[in-house]
Design a protein around this ligand. Sequence first.
Ligand code: TXA
Ligand code: MG
Length: 336
Amino acid sequence: MHEPNETNLALAANLIKKGELVAFPTETVYGLGANGLDAKACQKIYQAKGRPSDNPLILHVADKAMAKTLVASLPPEAEKLMDTFWPGALTLVLKKADHIPLVVSAGLDTVALRCPDNPIALALIQASGVPLAAPSANKSTRPSPTKASHVATDFGEDDIFILDGGDCTIGVESTILDLSVNPPVILRPGGVSKEALEKVIGEVGIYTSKTPEVPKAPGMKYRHYAPHMPVYLVAENQFEPLLNQLKTTEKTGFIFSEEKLARLKIHFSKGVFLSLGQKAELEIATQRLYRHLREADSLDLEVIYLESYPKEGLGLALMNRIDKLSSPYIVKEEEA
Ligand code: TXA
Ligand code: MG
C-alpha cells in the first residue's frame, strides 16, 4: 500500500498510462482503475475481479469538461445534476460517444460517468489525463472495500498498486441514475437520495423488476457484498423473539445500532458486537457496514445477525445492500 504523495501519484499515473491497474480511494468505496479508453487495460479489470463480462464499468472523470468528451450529447438535466452534485456520489448513465470501448459499456449504447469527491482520485485522473474505468476494488461477490487493507486482502499487496487514502467517508457505492430514459430512473440507490435529485430535475423513478422498459444496471442481478457466513436480517418485530430464542457462542456476530447493542450485550455473554452507531445516524451505519462484514470474515464468525433500517433517504441505499446479502430472521411458531 502506498502513501498518496507526489512521487506515488506520478508512479500510479504512469502505470495507468502503460495499461496497468491501480487501486485508489473515493468517497464511496475504493476503485480498481484502468485507462477507460484502453480496451486491453479495461479487460484486465474483469480478469482481476472475476467479473462477468456483461457488467459494464463506470468511467471516473475529473470534471464536467472531461465528461462531455465521453457522451453523444449532454442533456440539460445532466448538466444541472453535474453542477449540483459533482464531485460526489452520483453516477449518470448517458448515451455514449462512439470511441468508448465496448468492454467499458459491456455492449450497451450508454456509459456511466462519475466525478469522485476525493482529492487523491481527482489527482490521479488529472495526472493520467484519461477517464478511469473503475469498479469497486473487491473480488466479485465480496463486500466492497472501504479501506486500502480491504483491497490488499482481496488482491494481494504485491499484485496491485494501491494508493492508501484511509477510510472512505460514505462507505456504500454511488447512486446510479439512468438519464437515457424519460423520466430518469435510479438503478442503484446510494449516497445521493431520490429526494435530493428530484429537487434539481423533478420526477425520478426507482428501478424495480416491474419496470421492464428500463434495462437495469446489469450488475444488480449478481450476488453481491456477501461475507462467507450466513447473515440474518432482524426486523424490528423479531428483535424480542431473537433475545428470547437465541443461544450464542464466541462465533456469533451482531451488527446493530448502539441502542440495540446495549440490550444484546445484557442478554448474551458470548458473541462479537459490532456497532453501526446511533440508530438515527445513518451516515455512520453506511460508513461501517462493509468494514464490519469484512471483520466478521477475518474473525471467522459462524453467523451474523444484522439490524433492519427504514428504507428512507440514505436508509434506502443501506437496505439495498443489506437485502442482497441477508435472509430474514424468522422465529418458528412453535419456538416463539
Ligand atoms: O461508488 C461507486 O460507484 C464505486 C466507486 C469505485 O466509484 N464504483 C462502483 O462500481 O460501485 P461497480 O462496478 O462496483 O458498480 C457499477 C454498477 C454496476 O451495477 C453496473 O452494472 C452499473 O454500474 N453500470 C455501469 N455502466 C452502466 C450502464 N451503461 N448502464 C447501466 N448500468 C451501468
Ligand atoms: Mg461493486
